[in-house]
Every structure is written in structure tokens, then in C-alpha cells.
Design a protein. Sequence first.
Length: 256
Amino acid sequence: MNATLEMRNSNNEIVARIDGETGAALFAKGKATFNKDGNIKLKDANIEAMEGSFKKLTAVDADGNNTDCYINFDGSVQKMTFVGDMQHLGVNTSGRPWRFMSNNIWCRASFGHQMTNTVYVNNSTAFLLVNGSTDGAVNVNLSSVIYNGKTVYYIPLFGNTGDAAGFPVDLVVIETTGSTEYNYTFTGGSLTKMITLVNSNDLLSTHIFIDGADHEINGGVVTSFVKVNGLRNPIGNDSKIGYGWLRGPSNDNDWS
């Protein structure tokens, strides 16, 4: 004899049904179904605080039909494959846009960005523009060293404190005030790091020390630097301040 077991709530509503022949179970008004093999099928159901193993997650349309958008999980090569457009949107409670943090990103097609990660330097203070502007910038008092009788300040190219932790810098904008010509070098740049540097005070030079040499950056100059360390011949002296950096082409823009 086949029998069906039903469970009802205080309102006499069926909340679960178990088929006596197949052992299949139906829960939550049809939102969750277990078949005889123990597999579960969910429809229009909310899942909270769940963890588990997946092979594939497929997106559905408004009618519940499968689409061509999915995430595939391949544990044999520890890889997830995303098929479909991906968007990263929104802001946190303080109004800061959410961040996407990763290790290596290899892009096989076009890559674009609306802004550039920037550190703005004013005399002995740096402002890491973590939100793309001075709003919410993280202030850093620059450390310094005496080199050949001159005070040289270290410009950070990688944030390591507070809201700037993990912030990589690609653009350095130096705007010194007063009449003193400041001296700088870089810290936090790894091998092959490239940066663009701007002296945005057209009336005053600044100085960048690389491989122990003093490079005067005239007011209004835009130039570039790349860190090669020992990928050159001769490899240079790694005890010199600013070791491993090479300077690229420059252009002097005059607007004052």
C-alpha cells in the first residue's frame, strides 16, 4: 500500500509532503522538492546562511526559465567561469563606491577606466585619493631620509593604512607650495611598476632621486618612471636611493 505523509501548520496548511512510494519530499508550498535520490530543487525560494558545493549556477529570467548566463565551477583546476555581463555597482554606508580587489587580472580584450589611482603630494604630506578626489582622501605624513646632505621624502606607491590599504598608485601629482624645492623618491613600487608624474606647480621645480641621481622636474613637466631593478646591464647598486627606477620621456607644459 502506498501512502503519503502530510505535515500541516496551525492554519491547516500543508508545509511538507512525503511520497510513500518514491520517498520524494515537497516542502514550503512547492518551493523546495527532494527526490528519491536526495537531490533538492528550489523554486522562488530564499536561501539564508547556506554553504555548499556547486558545479554550475544558471541565471533565470523573470519567468523562471534558464538563460545563457551562468557561473561554472571546475574544482579540478580551481577555476570559476563566468558567462554573461558582470556589473559592480553601488556605494557603502559612507557613500564610497564599492571596490573590486584582486590579485592578477589578465584581460584578453579591451580594458578601460574613467579615473586613475592618484597620490597628490603637497610638500611633506601625501593624499591618497582613494575615491578619485580629495573627498575621503587618506593623508600620509611622508617619511624622509638625509641623502648627500639633502632631505628626501618617500612618496608611497601602495597604500598600507586605513581606507587606503591595498591602494596602488599609477599617477603622482606634486604641487609644492612656498619657495622650497622639495626632494622625493618612491617607495612601495614593485618590479615593472610604471607611474606617470606631474609637477603641477608651473612656478617651482621639484626633484626626484632615482638610482642615487637627482632628477630636476621643472614646473609643469609631465614625465614617467618604470622600475626595472636588476633587469638591466649593469644591474646597478641597490644601496643607492631610488634603486631600480628609470625615467621616461618628459614634456614641459607652461601655463603660468
